[in-house]
Write a protein that binds this ligand. Sequence first.
Ligand SMILES: [Zn+2]
Length: 240
Amino acid sequence: MQTELLYLKDCYLKEFNAKVLDSNAEQKWIELNKTAFYPEAGGQPTDKGKIEFQGKDSKVVLVKKRDGKILHFLEGEIPEKGTEVKALLDWNLRFKYMKMHSAQHLLSALILDQFGASTVGNQIQEEKSRMDFYPIRFEEETLKKLETEFNEIVEKELPVEIQFKSRETVLEEVDEKRRVLFSRLPEAIKEIRVIEIPGIDKCPCGGTHVKNTKEIGKIKILGRENKGKERDRVSFTLID
Ligand SMILES: [Zn+2]
């Protein structure tokens, strides 16, 4: 049995009940029948939190995929297979990651559309994130202008929608610049999770996002750094 990934449909789920599918006391992990914990991947860090069971609680310190399984690494007692647990996310941390991840999509879309530069790397952190773009060399005033445009879209409170679409549908409706993002996904994926900011962006993504651009908060671009020929790294923070 595979773990049902609750965060794919509801990024705002903060707690849930689940059953332990498998556990390993030595390696200190459990596998659950469903989870709202995001396993570290694609530049978004692991969720953290805790699980409660039989009057005890253990910290969830790391969630990661291993051999197709989602393992929740715990600090404290490890519940046995079959145990019913209540799980609670560290929501403060997760919400910061959601804001940062949606911010990345928005910035990525602005830069792709205006300069034809793709996002070739990214790493989210709690307070500061970074993205690498190629091919581009940013000027100081370009970044200032992007910051202003970004913050205008934040003010517009545009929805950030999560949709599940067939490969055919999405390849047909997406523009030329974005088609490669979808067509390079493995053929085995028939239904694609699409994060859409209407009129601005469509992007295949398995991460967690806020529900509208207002929730992102305002961006402050902290700087740029040259990371190779025509490869620029931009770092930013978000202000509430
Ligand atoms: Zn994403």
